[in-house]
Design a protein around this ligand. Structure first.
Ligand code: SF4
Length: 361
């Protein structure tokens, strides 16, 4: 669907025509998962769930980086904040995520130096201006942000910044899709694949998972027309029983992705196993610093190795990220757990499904 201007991707007439086609094509009950927090928010913001046939269920998957960060990594961030002479730099959402004993926000209120940044380069600036302190950056992100963090490390080397390091809780998307498909009880009839991650990875990154599981998969942009178009394609693939890997976001995503960004990412980081909230350890689903860059690894620099920790009592974030539950099915939703008093990360993050349900549904 080649449109030219952003307004066209929000055009009501086009949207109504797509909804009509969706209703016409939809015969089977289908569970479609959007694997990106930005899709989740866009779906709610534009009321997309309300215009779909009753048989189409949209599930929010493990696509919000804050939500999938394992409890032990949140605990590590809190421990860094408790160290003397350390400034912890973090994206805003993380500050409210409850760890096992505290949050970064609580530590800040009690005197820890925790600062909200908008990119790794803000953290580097803080390191430049505070040479007598150690600056730790909480690196939480997918393929979209990892190249920028790699660029930050290279800048740190160039400037001989000895007081800057990162704690990498970075994650890769395709291995998580494969892990979902292997998880008992998970039932997904199609993936709405993440637009901005795919700008970096390219369509080819999903080919192995698609070929192994033969699951309908469509890369989508974030405007309502993009999402409705992706839903239509997934319904058509299912109805025809012809699974395909389609790129419905060609204005931004190519087969090969952003080669320059991938090059810088792979120069600095190596693939490693990673722990995901609700899923556990997924082989080769994380990115940690290569040996030659390990002087920037905060876990090594400070000997930080936190044990695995359970999710907060009663919190169903893990099951929600797997599409096994909805926020409505969590006993704490809207009672003990609200955006003001979040129990789990899915209620904290602006891309979390509990926060989206709370705000829009
Ligand atoms: S409503 Fe709160 S406690 Fe329940 S799953 Fe969501 S974040 Fe966790």
């Amino acid at each position: 669907m080649a449109l030219k201007y952003i307004e066209e991707y929000r055009n009501g007439t086009l949207a109504r025509a797509l909804v009509k086609k969706i209703h016409f094509a939809s015969k089977k009950k289908l569970r479609l998962m959007e694997v990106c927090g930005t899709h989740t928010m866009s779906i709610f913001r534009h009321g997309i769930r309300s215009v779909l046939p009753a048989g189409i269920t949209l599930l929010s998957g493990p696509g919000c980086p804050v939500c999938v960060t394992a409890q032990k990594d949140i605990d590590a961030f809190v421990e860094f904040a408790r160290l003397d002479n350390v400034i912890v730099t973090t994206f805003g959402d993380l500050i409210k995520v409850p760890g096992s004993s505290s949050t970064l926000g609580k530590e800040k209120a009690e005197g820890a130096d925790v600062r909200i940044v908008y990119s790794v380069f803000d953290a580097i600036n803080i390191a430049r201006e505070n040479k007598n302190k150690e600056v730790v950056f909480c690196a939480v992100g997918f393929e979209t942000t990892i190249p920028t963090i790699a660029a930050g490390i290279l800048m740190g080397i160039k400037e001989k910044l000895d007081n800057f390091s990162i704690y990498s809780a970075n994650k890769l998307t395709p291995p998580a899709l494969a892990a979902l498909m292997e998880t008992d009880g998970v039932k997904i009839d199609g993936f709405i694949l993440p637009g901005h991650v795919s700008v970096i990875t390219g369509t080819n990154a999903y080919r192995e998972t698609f070929e192994k599981y033969n699951i309908p998969s469509v890369i989508a942009g974030f405007e309502p027309i993009d999402i409705l178009h992706a839903v239509l394609l997934l319904i058509q693939q299912n109805e025809k029983e012809k699974p395909d890997l389609e790129n419905a976001y060609p204005r931004a995503v190519s087969d090969a992705g952003n080669i320059k960004a991938k090059k810088i990412m792979n120069k600095v980081f190596k693939v490693c196993n990673a722990s995901w909230r609700g899923i556990g350890e997924i082989p080769l689903s994380g990115m940690n610093l290569k040996k030659e860059y390990q002087k920037f690894d905060a876990a090594i620099k400070f000997g930080m190795d936190m044990p695995d920790a359970p999710e907060p009592k009663g919190c169903a974030c893990g099951k929600i990220l797997l599409g096994l539950k909805t926020p409505y099915e969590c006993a704490l939703y809207k009672k003990k757990c609200t955006p003001m008093t979040p129990v789990g990360p899915c209620m904290v993050s602006s891309e979390g499904s509990c926060a989206a349900f709370y705000r829009y549904s």
